[in-house]
Ligand binder design. Structure first.
Ligand code: BGC
Length: 737
């Protein structure tokens, strides 16, 4: 199917609903968001109307949660002399999603025999007031006069189609997570209140309809049933006249406000919004988006397609982030799909977080506060694993407990604990938010350091510490020994904990004392951390000056990657995991990612050696891989590679490169990695010593790259241009006054 994108949005002329279009037309405000399903089409099955809210999970089975497909409140349609819109043939179809303000608009001519009616639907989830959603339906009978019936609904039949963690299995059974507990019919709308089955989250939704003056209502009817709430009104439509019906919706949950106050809150809020009306609500939404774009926009000259795609990337990173909520993170597919049951991974801290750090630090802090708020769950998890301190689980949802059901991944992919710490340290270094260090991060550093101490195994014979039965970012490595990525991050975590203690002792004595006594830290513990830092094994081939991914890597059977993989579809669809883990191939950036995280820990020669050895055997079977390869290739000056990898990452969803965008939703980590490739790779930004420096490596077809970013509380501007001869001017970074 055809998707066109312009700098201000994407559009399609394809009138047929399909999963792919619904994924790429996702829109939301981070609190809530919807796949781009047509709200006027009543023929779709309930689980297909994907509408998700940050933090609203229920239990699929004991201990395992799923993000709830929120009851669909978007339903708004029109019947033409009793005939359903979805049965009409459609022409002149156009659907557009505007990045500027998140408005999704669908427009077409519906034909019922000789009768034609123009339909336009626009909807948005307000970024100014996340509890507000607005839909405008405009109908214009083109060549007839007749009875039109508007139907606005709250659909209580929504359900989920949970997807197995095991990516090769498909599920066909649907599950309903909500039951209706209250309802009210309003003069011009209605309200339904639901509760989730196990987590007992209350969700209240209410709407009212606002009509243009020319809608002369002949009859009204509303009803509540088990299926939901329907509100119908009939009027006579005349040819060539446009009638406007606005559905204004308010949603609150017991995550926002106490259950017994929800109903009043929703109704009061709705009444205020009803008074404001569509135009004012739209203006407020536009202003909120404009504020976000002010610190996030990226301008690329000379490449219209990349310009549009990077704006799409930024739009989706904003639309999937509940920036004000410190009790949630961002799922691997954001709110765009229930894949992975909406769970949070290291995808947030390592791949997405930098975007928020440099464009909306408050949002970044809230993402990290989620980790702080789930520190007790991480402590519990460490206990369960018979380890000390705090160990962040691989997949989490609202309460921070482990959600991963596959043993090797959940138990062995321990690097997530240090990834969380890395995210906190990155945020503090970039923002100078010492208060966050004192109030939250320091405690996390110390408790995670304790975990690492208990996770390393001391080998008396060699006087070294080994990390045994571990899985690095490369999930095809089985359970291996001494994964370099994990060990280096663990050592960094331990070092950071010790440095932080020194800093606190010197400059914040009371915090130092509080933590020592709260955590019962002992001097001999700190000495052991020091010992591990000195003696942890980091696999390294001295002769080749090459870091090794882990200790068994060289024992694996080489595989001719070019021969075995000619497309972008992950190999695990064709080769069993058990076999894959015995080949010397890599699922996704592992050591190459380590270079991106610690650019100053490697010499230029070591970086090049890592690239030369690992890049040819990397399969990119995870979407987390391309963007990081683009970043490092750009830093190494490998122009062609940088460009090819960047395109794979940037167009991953827009071009459906992995062929799973429809069935799984948008890949949020890839969006974050594309942004990082541009920021740290093409712009070549480094932010050491409080002073941003640029070393641009722009793709040949870009004549200019510029953007603003926030660093140490100031707004900075980056600019790089090509002169008339095509050579780059040095990139400049300066404080934007
Ligand atoms: C990747 C993980 C990632 C997860 C969720 C997996 O395929 O290997 O690194 O965290 O997907 O995006």
């Amino acid at each position: 199917m055809e998707i066109q994108y312009r700098t201000d949005g994407i559009s399609t002329q394809n009138p047929h609903t399909n999963d792919f279009l619904e994924s790429v037309f996702f829109h939301g405000n981070g609190y809530i968001g919807a796949r781009g399903f047509p709200c006027e089409d009543q023929s779709q099955r309930p689980h297909q109307k994907g509408l998700y809210m940050a933090g609203v999970f229920d239990e699929l089975k004991p201990g395992i949660t799923d993000i709830v497909n929120t009851p669909n409140f978007l339903g708004l349609t029109v019947k033409v002399e009793d005939q359903d819109l979805h049965n009409a043939s459609k022409s002149a179809f156009c659907q557009q999603l505007s990045f500027r303000d998140g408005v999704l608009a669908r427009e077409y001519v519906a034909s019922f025999g000789q009768k034609h009616i123009k339909i336009r639907l626009s909807r948005f989830f307000s970024l100014a007031d996340v509890h507000t959603t607005v839909i405008r339906l405009e109908v214009t009978p083109l060549d007839f006069e007749g009875e039109l019936t508007v139907l606005a609904a709250l659909d209580a039949t929504s359900c989920n189609l949970p997807i197995q963690d095991d990516q090769v299995k498909k599920n066909t059974e649907t599950v309903r997570y909500v039951e209706t507990v209250d309802s009210s019919l309003l003069e011009d709308g209605g309200l339904l209140v639901y509760k989730t089955r196990v987590t007992r989250i209350t969700i209240a939704q209410a709407f009212c309809l606002k009509l243009s003056d020319n809608v002369q209502v002949l009859s009204r009817q509303n009803q509540v049933s088990e299926q939901g709430l329907d509100y119908m009104l009939t009027f006579r439509g005349r040819a060539q006249e446009t009638y406007v019906i606005d559905k204004i919706i308010t949603v609150y949950t017991s995550r926002d406000i106490h259950t017994h106050q929800i109903k009043d809150m929703v109704l009061n809020h709705l009444s205020l919004n009803g008074d404001k009306g569509y135009d004012r609500l739209l203006k407020e939404n536009e202003a909120a988006w404009a504020r976000r774009w002010e610190t996030s926009d990226v301008v690329i000259s000379g490449d219209e397609r990349a310009q549009c795609a990077i704006r799409y990337t930024i739009f989706q990173l904003i639309a999937n982030n509940a920036s004000q909520d410190s009790a949630v993170s961002i799922g691997a597919r954001g709110l765009t799909h229930a894949r992975y049951k909406g769970c949070y991974f290291w995808d947030t801290e390592i791949f997405m977080l930098p975007f928020y750090i440099y464009t909306n630090p408050e949002a970044a802090k809230n993402l990290l506060l989620y980790r702080y708020h789930t520190l007790d769950a991480a402590r519990e998890h460490a206990k369960k694993m018979t380890a000390a301190g705090a160990r962040y689980p691989w997949m989490t949802s609202y309460d921070g407990s482990e959600q991963c059901e596959s043993w090797d991944i959940g138990a062995c992919e321990v690097h997530i604990t240090a990834d969380v710490v890395y995210g906190m340290d990155h945020y503090i270094r970039a923002t100078g938010d010492t208060q966050f260090l004192l109030d939250q991060a320091a405690e996390v550093y110390l408790e995670t350091a304790r975990f690492w101490e208990s996770r390393f195994t001391y080998d008396q014979r060699s006087d070294h510490y080994n990390m045994l039965f571990v899985k690095g970012p490369d999930e095809y490595c089985g359970a291996t020994q001494n994964n370099t990525y994990t060990n280096m991050l663990a050592v960094y975590n331990l070092t950071l904990a010790l440095e932080t203690l020194k800093f606190l002792e010197a400059q914040h004595k009371e915090v130092h004392e509080r933590l020592i006594s709260k955590l019962g830290l002992k001097t001999d513990e700190l000495l052991r951390w020091e010992d591990i830092i000195q003696k942890a094994v980091i696999p390294y081939d001295k002769e080749k000056d090459l870091y090794l991914q882990d200790e068994t890597f060289m024992l694996l059977e080489p595989l001719d990657v070019a021969r075995i993989k000619s497309d972008n579809i992950p190999l695990y669809h064709r080769i069993c995991f058990d076999r894959l883990q015995r080949y010397r191939v890599i699922k996704q950036a592992d050591l190459i990612l380590l270079v991106a995280l610690f650019p100053h820990k490697f010499t230029q020669a070591q970086k090049k050696a890592i690239w030369d050895f690992y890049e040819p055997i990397t399969l990119h079977d995870s979407t987390l891989s391309y963007g990081i390869h683009a970043l490092i290739a750009a830093q190494l000056g490998l122009k062609e590679k940088a460009w090819n990898y960047f395109c794979k990452s940037l167009y991953l969803d827009l071009d459906n490169i992995m062929e799973n965008t429809g069935s799984e939703g948008l890949h949020l980590a890839a969006l974050g990695a594309s942004w990082q490739a541009l920021f740290f790779g093409f712009a070549g930004l480094s932010l050491e010593d409080g002073m941003p420096k640029a070393a641009p490596n722009l793709p040949d077809n870009w004549s200019e790259l510029r953007f603003t970013f926030l660093f140490q509380g100031k707004q900075w501007r980056f600019e790089a241009k090509r002169d008339e001869n095509g050579s780059m001017t040095a990139g400049t970074v300066f404080v934007d006054q």
